[in-house]
Design a protein around this ligand. Structure first.
Ligand code: FES
Length: 110
């Protein structure tokens, strides 16, 4: 595991992007849980965000790809709308320990 940031760095209902050793990923805090995914849309393999740290739709209920509008469930990364419906973002295991968000590292090559 590797420490990413303090939990307070990301507000409840918000998201934040990171780059670690050239790997792009992002974290979402949603309904008291923390989720981490690789920042890579399953449609074209590009990064999802349209502005720094903006990975969610207008309601903050779904993860959104800025390129073609694919929508993903926050809690498991499944695409439920858009050109990659049925595919999923790559999950990164994470946990909060002593106020720090930790992610699996190195990442599994899934
Ligand atoms: S690249 Fe994400 S929806 Fe097309």
């Amino acid at each position: 595991m590797r420490a990413l940031c303090h939990i307070d760095t990301i507000q409840e209902g918000a998201s934040k992007g990171f780059e670690l050793d050239g790997v792009h990923l992002f974290v979402v805090r949603h309904q008291g849980q923390v989720y981490a995914y690789r920042n890579q849309c399953p449609h074209l393999g590009i990064q999802l965000e349209w502005q720094d740290d903006q990975f969610l739709d207008a309601d903050g209920c779904l993860i959104q790809c800025a390129m073609h509008g694919a929508l993903f469930l926050i809690d498991n990364g499944e695409c439920i709308s858009g050109p990659c419906t049925g595919q999923s973002l790559k999950t990164i295991k994470c946990e909060v320990k002593a106020g720090e968000i930790n992610i699996e590292w190195p990442l599994a090559t899934n």
